[in-house]
Ligand binder design. Structure first.
Ligand SMILES: Cc1cc2nc3c(=O)[nH]c(=O)nc-3n(C[C@H](O)[C@H](O)[C@H](O)COP(=O)(O)OP(=O)(O)OC[C@H]3O[C@@H](n4cnc5c(N)ncnc54)[C@H](O)[C@@H]3O)c2cc1C
Ligand code: FES
Length: 327
């Protein structure tokens, strides 16, 4: 069977049962876990019938296009695909790591910082997340706040009332406790090989991957204009501004930084309103922008409608809405 990669014009021959990833590795495809969990090997199916062992993890995609996972798919007939970000493939060895809790500290009344030490450097791209297994049968996705290659991972964890993982992290975990890390996961990571303006958005604990993306922009000395919108529900939820402000001088062309509080009183340096209201007011259009957005599903789902209306191309929407995924 023939496989046409439409966005580089290559045609490959596959035997029945061959996985797509096996055939197109080295052709610009990104990948990590190779077992259907991370979403990185997603491809856009243009034409053809395929057999899928697993569908893309819904929580890792904000996009509407028809995606398949290359590591989970074989062909049933001649097929055409597009490979997203073909000019900038990323390959991280996906794996399971044994970790130890370094500390759990309050960043605000509702957010804890969980620091985890692992034995080997963790390979990931800024903006990605990992599955943290707190105990057998209790795993959750949390995004890294730090930089690739860290051996101490930092997560910002929102305390959900009655949330199972929230209770364990908020009340039970202590320094030295063992846990497992699996990953990296997610497709909303920083793309560095372009000169387009970048809009970075976070809602609540989405600040963690936003800080990671900003660290990535700083480390690569990217000159792209960068606009930052950080949203919180109320004044008492605001956290992490010292860390954010310390990073800003390292972003060579940071154009704007807004911290929004959607309800209750504000103070100097904070702006009143919703993320959608601020972005609507500040930009006539966002054509040509790349967007990285993370956090509360309500906020991110509302923002995505606005971004589409303002002209952001579907392939440049890199959004992780923190939907609850119970494992
Ligand atoms: C790609 C991705 C990245 C993520 N990154 C982060 C991150 O960096 N930081 C972060 O904080 N979160 C992140 N999340 C969300 C996280 O994985 C968890 O889903 C979330 O923290 C809730 O976990 P929990 O175990 O505390 O709550 P769960 O036990 O899963 O409960 C989920 C919700 O249901 C409610 N609930 C639970 N039980 C009941 C009940 N009996 N009655 C009524 N309501 C109930 C809880 O209040 C809670 O709001 C991410 C999610 C995704 C998809
Ligand atoms: S490499 Fe295919 S889903 Fe992770």
């Amino acid at each position: 069977m023939e496989l046409l990669i439409r966005n580089n014009g290559r045609t490959l021959s596959l035997e029945p049962g061959d996985t797509l990833l096996g055939a197109i590795r080295g052709c610009g495809i990104s990948y990590s876990c190779e077992d259907g969990r991370c979403g990185m090997c997603r491809c856009h199916l243009v034409r053809g019938r395929v057999r899928e062992q697993a569908r893309p993890p819904r929580q890792l995609f904000g996009c509407r296009e028809r995606y398949i996972l290359a590591c989970q798919t074989s062909l049933l007939e001649d097929t055409t695909i597009n490979i997203p970000d073909i000019e900038e493939p990323v390959a991280h060895p996906g794996g399971r790591y044994r970790g130890r809790v370094v500390s759990v500290e309050a960043l605000s009344d509702t957010v804890r910082e969980l620091r985890v030490e692992i034995d080997v450097p963790f390979s990931f791209s800024p903006g990605q997340c990992a599955e943290v297994e707190l105990s057998r049968g209790l795993s959750r996705l949390y995004s890294m706040a730090g930089t690739p290659g860290d051996t101490e991972l930092r997560f910002h964890v929102r305390m959900h009332p009655h949330g199972r993982a929230s209770q364990v992290i908020g009340e039970d975990l202590k320094a030295g406790d063992p846990l497992k890390i699996r990953g990296p996961y997610g497709t909303s990571y920083l793309r560095a090989n372009h000169s387009d303006p970048i809009l970075c958005i976070s809602a609540g604990t989405g600040l963690a991957p936003l800080l990671s993306v900003l660290r990535g922009i700083a480390a690569r000395q990217m000159m792209n204009p960068v606009f930052i919108y950080v949203g919180f529900m109320a004044r008492e939820d605001v956290y992490g501004l010292e860390e954010l402000n310390a990073l800003l001088p390292r972003i060579l062309s940071a154009r704007a930084r807004h911290v929004l509080v959607s309800a209750g009183p504000t103070e100097r340096g904070l702006r009143r309103g919703l993320l959608t209201e601020a972005i609507e007011a500040d930009f006539d259009h966002l054509t040509g922008f790349r967007v990285h957005g993370f956090g509360s599903p309500f906020a991110i789902d509302a923002v995505v409608q606005l971004l589409r209306r303002k002209g952001v191309a579907e392939e440049h929407l890199h959004l992780d809405a923190y939907h609850s995924v119970v494992t």
